[in-house]
Design a protein around this ligand. Structure first.
Ligand SMILES: C[S@@+](CC[C@H](N)C(=O)[O-])C[C@H]1O[C@@H](n2cnc3c(N)ncnc32)[C@H](O)[C@@H]1O
Length: 143
């Protein structure tokens, strides 16, 4: 299984990067997690093309406030059902993901009704992917 997290904005916070890398490292024996961040151009068409190209062949999940909200156990079940798929999670920059891009995605997931900075959305998503894996494995981390 391969997970690609695509960010329409650069990750600048070093501590946050380290935390995200730590989750990816813990999961590296069972899945590959790749993070691709790029500087936003502010041009919706160019960003659309970039996101689509980078997520070609992946099951696309857009992160958006208005998306579906799951609890961690449900997310783990969803995740388990996607074990033989490659998943791309799309995270927008300051302007968010365009409507046309969200329509191209297979699903829209929300982390909360609160709006987070793109880096915080990345950290929450990474931790929930790790948590999902520990739930599936019955590992005590998820308690
Ligand atoms: C600063 S937010 C963008 C805010 C923008 N005004 C909008 O409405 O989308 C940057 C990105 O973080 C992600 N994000 C922020 N809060 C989120 C939430 N509660 N659930 C899911 N994704 C979220 C989304 O991918 C969003 O495009």
């Amino acid at each position: 299984m391969k997970i690609r997290i695509i960010m329409g904005s650069k990750i600048n916070n070093r501590c946050l990067k380290d935390m995200v890398n730590e989750y990816a490292k813990r999961l590296s024996s069972v899945m590959e997690i790749e993070i691709i961040d790029f500087k936003s151009t502010g041009n919706d068409v160019k960003e659309y093309e970039k996101f689509i190209k980078l997520s070609e062949g992946f099951y696309r999940v857009a992160l958006a406030v208005e998306g579906k909200q799951l609890d961690s156990e449900s997310f783990a079940k969803w995740f388990e059902g996607k074990q033989n798929k490659n998943i791309a999670f799309l995270i927008g920059g300051a302007k968010g993901l365009s409507e046309i891009l969200k329509k191209k995605c297979n699903e829209l997931f929300s982390l909360s009704k609160l709006t987070f900075a793109h880096e915080h959305a990345l950290l929450l998503l990474s931790e929930q992917i790790y948590r999902a894996y520990t739930i599936i494995q019955g590992h005590p981390y998820h308690k």
